[in-house]
Design a protein around this ligand. Structure first.
Ligand SMILES: CC(C)(COP(=O)(O)OP(=O)(O)OC[C@H]1O[C@@H](n2cnc3c(N)ncnc32)[C@H](O)[C@@H]1OP(=O)(O)O)[C@@H](O)C(=O)NCCC(=O)NCCS
Length: 342
């Protein structure tokens, strides 16, 4: 008889045990944005819902913000860092190609030799990480997995670009995923559409940006630091029409109806997108909706865990409630799921 490999068994179910966030200390009100672009406080508020955002200072690195957020999530979960068997960091703004920032974060947190890696799934990064963590816990490759969404989008923002200069913010959010006696993470409905890769994208790759200016741009032209660009209206339409359907699929896959939700926590991309989704989902008015974007801006992978922490802190939602989360962004990529709040 041929030898058989010993089967691996994991937890039957998983859930989020703790969540934590870090918001940089420097507040950038709309009035400061007006120093860079021709706009108005009123235009920014009505078109995006943003009143202010936080931008990280030199000490508030991707690793530092992650360690702060994760420390809170681990404390809330009531576990020791060495019990963490996986560290997943979702980010598009760790500016060093290698190594992944996750290994430094794991080491600083005291997660021993836990596998640690970064994923690039933009504003769907937290949902992608959650899907992976759920699989790892149930598949038996880790007991607890730390999922971090972290961005310093200010490093990739062209402050002279009217269509993006007011949108992005910095911060970190983290969640500890671990075993559960009942299902705490519904089926993650996720996907991608590479045909729309250019809709939100870095202006140029690092190799062309740093090649000799003469060779790339022609004589005398200045090399420009790459920044994020997006086709605002295309993203807007895609988010409102296609993402509402994805959110419905996540509800259906979890066997939950909108009126059973204790919270709706969409990616904080734009307040008008949030409002339109609420309408399309026919969300009952008593379901609290995360609107953290007003004070935080769009922090991509960090936005959902930051908004989740804030809703719990402010008592807008409570532990044990069911929340529908959905992230969507550059790729294009998306991920939605119903989760039990920690
Ligand atoms: C970016 C966004 C707010 C722009 O709003 P919009 O209504 O599409 O704006 P448009 O680019 O069509 O411009 C409309 C008008 O506002 C003006 N405008 C553009 N940017 C402006 C700014 N920053 N301040 C003031 N006016 C501005 C335009 O010049 C245009 O003026 P006109 O009508 O006189 O020609 C919007 O498209 C959006 O939110 N898209 C989704 C982006 C998003 O959420 N991305 C994150 C995904 S992860």
């Amino acid at each position: 008889m041929s030898p058989t490999i010993k089967p691996v068994t994991g937890a039957q179910f998983s859930r989020i045990h703790g969540v934590g966030g870090y918001r940089p200390t420097r507040v950038i009100p709309n009035s400061e944005v007006l120093n860079w672009i021709d706009s108005s406080d009123e235009w920014i508020r009505t078109r995006s819902g943003i009143a202010e955002r936080r931008w990280a200072g030199p000490e508030e690195t991707v690793a530092e913000m992650s360690v702060q957020a994760a420390g809170k999530a681990i404390a809330m979960a009531g576990i020791r860092p060495e019990q963490i068997g996986g560290v997943i960091v979702a980010t598009v703004s760790h500016l060093k190609q290698t190594p992944a920032i996750a290994t430094e974060i794991a080491q600083r947190l005291g997660c021993g030799t836990a596998p640690a890696f970064d994923i690039s799934a933009a504003c769907a990064g937290f949902g992608y990480g959650l899907g992976l963590a759920d699989g790892m816990v149930r598949g038996g490759s880790a007991e607890y997995v730390l999922v971090i969404g972290v961005e310093r989008l200010s490093d990739l923002t062209d402050v002279t670009d009217r269509s993006t200069a007011f949108i992005f913010g910095d911060g970190a959010g983290a969640a500890v995923v671990g075993p559960s006696e009942t299902p705490g993470i519904g089926k993650v409905v996720w996907g991608s559409d590479g045909s729309q890769a250019e809709v939100i994208s870095q202006t140029q790759a690092w190799d062309t940006a740093f090649a000799k200016p003469d060779a790339v741009n022609g004589a005398g032209e200045e090399t420009k630091w790459p920044a994020l660009r997006m086709e605002g209206q295309t993203v807007f339409r895609w988010a409102v029409y296609d993402m509402a359907k994805v959110a419905e699929q996540a509800l259906e896959a979890a066997g939950i109806t909108a009126d059973q939700l204790g919270a709706f926590i969409p990616h904080q991309a734009n307040m008008r997108i949030i409002d339109a989704m609420v309408k399309k989902l026919d969300l009952p008015p008593n379901v609290p909706v995360a609107r953290d974007i007003a004070e935080t801006g769009n922090t991509s992978a960090a936005s959902i865990p930051l908004a989740m922490e804030r809703m719990l802190e402010r008592g807008e939602a409570k532990s044990g409630d069911l929340a529908l989360i959905i992230g969507f962004g550059a790729g294009l990529v998306y991920a939605a799921a119903v989760v039990t709040l920690p």
